[in-house]
Design a protein around this ligand. Sequence first.
Ligand SMILES: [Zn+2]
Length: 201
Amino acid sequence: MIIYGTRSAHLHSVQKTTPVCPNCEEKGTLLISVYRKHAHIFWVPIFPLGKSGASHCKNCKQALRSNEMPEPLKKEYQIIKKETKGPIWQFSGVFIAFFFLIFAGFTSQNNKKLEQEYLNQPMAGDVYEYRVANKQFSTMKVIQVDSDSLFIALNDFEISEASRIYKIDSPENYPDVVYGFSKKEITAMYSSGKIFDINRN
Ligand SMILES: [Zn+2]
């Protein structure tokens, strides 16, 4: 269950000397407050949604929302609202998303770099994830490396979801039969995307 909704944060309250209370007609008794709403998910503010306000009379205790204020009071409120800046923390979700994207980008770039290393310097035990026909995926394992060829065992199993490929990568799924590939062939399979991931333990 995702808990989400909106909340209002109090930004600022000002007691001005000029406005007259529309109810008791006292001057200088009104406290004008500005709030800003934000959307939240699990109470983490995501982004702000707009300001609202209220006035509160210290004399007669009447409270008015900004849309209930008579014109002169509304004008005062609008000036205060314009001058009041909302806090940056109401953008927390935007920052979290931004840092997550940067981190994800960095991780994926690092991953590609490692894969290139594994490709250039193959080792026995490396596992290549590759596309089989009919949108199926499987793995092959490097058993032995020579100067310019690789001896590889092909996994007996296939799976239809690339993200679950780890489920079939267990030692008993590789038969004793090995096939020879030149390093060039493997590089070509990687460049074309047939091999899409390389894992080393
Ligand atoms: Zn009043």
